[in-house]
Ligand binder design. Structure first.
Ligand SMILES: Nc1ncnc2c1ncn2[C@@H]1O[C@H](COP(=O)(O)OP(=O)(O)OP(=O)(O)O)[C@@H](O)[C@H]1O
Ligand SMILES: C[C@@](O)(CCOP(=O)(O)O)CC(=O)O
Length: 211
């Protein structure tokens, strides 16, 4: 699908928010990067709830923020402690990282690439009613293992990984087991869904496209 199909909005509010979730190494970053490229960085930004978390955690613990953002072993060795640290903050204020993550966003389409908890999904639905699309990225355990995933007790069986396994109705589920043509077809379908929801949302919120 061409980017011209999507409108440039004059509003400072987003017209659509894609709430992405998925297990470790399901390919959330990979898939969201491809979608952003299709929509262009002018139209669409990727926001990570874990970015402000990792930034503050890196500062407090004298760690390399860039490596915590990456997909390598460095991040994994701090994951359990980052989860603990983040949950302490969330207990005081469940929207803490959501608010920080969206602070500087100006594009009309937002991708939240790492929703993990019901409180994340609820926060966005409450703050931005009628603008959210819930997308799940799934890959088999075999595929995830090939990408470096190993089951870790206390991580893969905890809320950070399982908080959205039930009780969320996903608007779209992407199977990402590595076949390019299969992924491509699903991305086409998702882009069509985004376009139609964007039109509905703009009508509902009376947002006018730029001339
Ligand atoms: N469809 C794909 N084709 C090729 N490589 C892929 C695909 N999906 C994911 N990968 C690769 O698998 C690895 C894990 O993907 P990614 O970092 O996107 O997963 P993630 O769900 O964001 O993981 P985590 O949250 O555990 O860091 C990366 O090296 C990525 O490039
Ligand atoms: C600490 C944590 O934010 C790490 C997320 O890292 P990533 O999205 O897998 O790159 C997970 C969590 O918030 O429970």
């Amino acid at each position: 699908m061409n980017v011209e199909h999507f409108t440039t909005m004059t509003s400072t509010q987003p017209s659509i928010i894609l709430l992405f979730s998925g297990k470790r190494k399901s390919g959330k970053d990979y898939v969201t990067d491809v979608i952003q490229k299709r929509l262009t960085a002018e139209m669409c930004c990727i926001l990570r709830l874990s970015a402000p978390l990792k930034q503050q955690y890196a500062k407090d613990h004298s760690l390399d923020y860039e490596q915590l953002l990456g997909s390598g072993q460095y991040k994994e060795s701090y994951r359990a402690d980052m989860i603990r640290w983040g949950e302490m903050k969330r207990q005081q204020d469940s929207g803490f990282f959501c608010r920080l993550a969206i602070k500087h966003a100006t594009q009309p389409i937002w991708i939240i690439s790492d929703c993990r908890r019901m409180s994340d999904v609820q926060w966005f639905h409450e703050e931005f009613p009628d603008r959210c699309i819930c997308v799940r990225v799934e890959a088999s355990e075999q595929t995830r293992s090939q990408r470096g995933w190993r089951f870790a007790t206390g991580i893969d069986d905890a809320e950070s990984e399982c908080g959205l396994d039930e009780a969320v109705k996903f608007d779209y589920i992407i199977r990402n087991d590595g076949a390019d043509d299969v992924l491509e077809k699903q991305l086409e379908d998702l882009l069509s869904l985004i376009k139609s929801r964007e039109e509905e949302s703009n009508t509902l919120h009376n947002i006018k496209p730029e001339k």
